[in-house]
Design a protein around this ligand. Structure first.
Ligand code: F0G
Length: 416
């Protein structure tokens, strides 16, 4: 049986208790499994014949075998060998795990399929989250599929248009908070504490993390049962880096892999409490009161899962880096133009971090590296349009189009 456990004092809670913070010490929870039961379940199962997806790993999820899952076909995302970008950066082997290929366009769907399935299992009727955009889009979609009432709190004016349109069309109650993400999260924590019938589905909810750990499992399976040397991942509220690390460590405990990757977190320079703490060698973070970055998805000053993330980075001998908005937007363009992958700015921060860490000599060019790109570029079309060359407008005349294409000169040379 799976159970919940405090990451600090290790107090245990049953799998069906609705509890977000440890009642004894106030820290956050994680899901643990009875190892023997898991090994036995895996031996009797044909899970490796199931196509790549979150639910291929159903035995590793804290959901009853008889529960009907709420799914939109999440996971099984592309694992792109990036030969041109690798050559450009003089790297031996580089992959991009492109999470924008999930049903609502971000990695959040991995967590939501499990989190919303758990919500239905618990019999709750209403769900809520605070979000910089992608979590709200994903929760709204899965709540619609499950027939649950859904409310999302977002920082007013600071979420990308694609994400806002998703939350609205899926029918969530969208509440814009006059404040930032950290204030929105603080509000939903209080609301879900006060109104116990509303189930909280931010990444503080450990069932979300269980779904997201499948990202780590899939990378192992896409590398034919091997771990890469390094994972580079954008960090905001810090749930995802913790989840990916959990996936790798669980596979290692089951002897499904021999080695573990170095977890490398990347934050936007204006919202980087975890990267700063890692650089300073400190035990705790200093929250950033007014976080700022063009990568609105990771515009977060007080990440709730900071302790899990710092453990993942330190246990794996990884590191953390900050990147400027300029570096993020440049990386977004480079990835699109060398590999044909259009990702949103927050996602491009993993590529920006990679470039910086290679240049600084922190990442060895011989490593096998996987960069996780977390959300689709169409989530934030405004930023992409703003930073690209403007389209040329001409009359619908061949000569004008030839001139715009630079063909006039060629013709003159050929005929001249
Ligand atoms: N990349 C994207 C595209 C995101 O939307 C987020 C988080 C992250 C990276 C960071 O992941 O929080 O697990 O460290 N977005 C959340 C949201 C906060 O509300 O959509 P994290």
């Amino acid at each position: 049986m799976a159970y919940q456990r405090c990451i600090q004092c290790r107090k245990e809670y049953t799998i069906d208790e609705i509890v977000y913070f440890c009642e004894k010490c106030g820290d956050i929870l994680e899901i643990k499994y009875e190892q023997n039961e898991l090994v036995e379940a895996l031996e009797d199962s044909e899970w490796q014949k199931i196509p790549l997806s979150v639910w291929r790993y159903r035995h590793f999820m804290p959901i009853s075998a008889t529960t009907k899952v709420v799914s939109l076909n999440e996971g099984g995302t592309g694992f792109h060998l990036c030969e041109k970008l690798a050559k450009h950066l003089k790297l031996r082997r580089l992959y991009v795990k492109n999470e924008g290929e999930n049903p609502t366009g971000s990695f959040k769907d991995r967590g939501m399929t499990v989190g919303v399935t758990k919500a239905v299992e618990l019999g709750v009727k209403s769900v809520i989250c605070a979000s910089t955009g992608n979590t709200s889009a994903s929760l709204a979609a899965y709540a619609a599929k499950a027939g649950l009432r859904c409310a999302v709190l977002i920082p007013s004016g600071k979420i990308a248009y694609g994400k806002l349109s998703q939350a609205m069309i899926y029918g969530a109650k969208v509440i814009q908070i006059k404040g930032n993400f950290d204030e929105s999260l603080d509000a939903v924590l209080k609301i879900s504490e006060k109104h116990r019938s509303i189930y909280l589905l931010n990444s503080i909810n450990p069932f979300r993390i269980e779904g997201q750990k499948s990202l780590g499992y899939e990378i192992v399976d896409q590398l034919n049962r091997q771990a890469p040397d390094r994972i580079v991942v954008p960090v905001g509220n810090a749930g995802n880096i913790s989840a990916i690390w959990k996936g790798f460590t669980e596979f290692k405990e089951l002897d499904l892999i021999d080695t573990l990757p170095k977890m490398t977190g990347v934050q936007a320079a204006g919202s980087a409490p975890i990267a700063q703490a890692i650089k300073n060698g400190s035990e705790t973070i200093v929250p950033v009161l007014t976080p700022e970055t063009v990568a609105t998805a990771i515009r977060i000053g007080a990440p709730v899962s900071w302790k899990k993330a710092m453990n993942a980075i330190r246990e794996s001998s990884g590191t953390a880096e900050t990147v400027t908005d300029e570096e993020i937007l440049n990386a977004q363009k480079v990835l699109a133009r060398t590999e044909g992958l259009f990702v949103e700015p927050a996602s491009a921060s993993s590529i920006a971090g990679l470039i910086k860490l290679v240049e600084n000599g922190v990442i060895d060019r011989d490593e096998r590296i996987v960069c996780v790109t977390t959300g689709h570029g169409l989530k934030d079309p405004d930023t992409a349009v703003k930073m690209s060359e403007k389209p040329v407008e001409v009359n619908a005349e061949i000569s004008a189009i030839e001139e715009a294409l630079g063909l006039k000169k060629e013709i003159a040379i050929m005929t001249g």
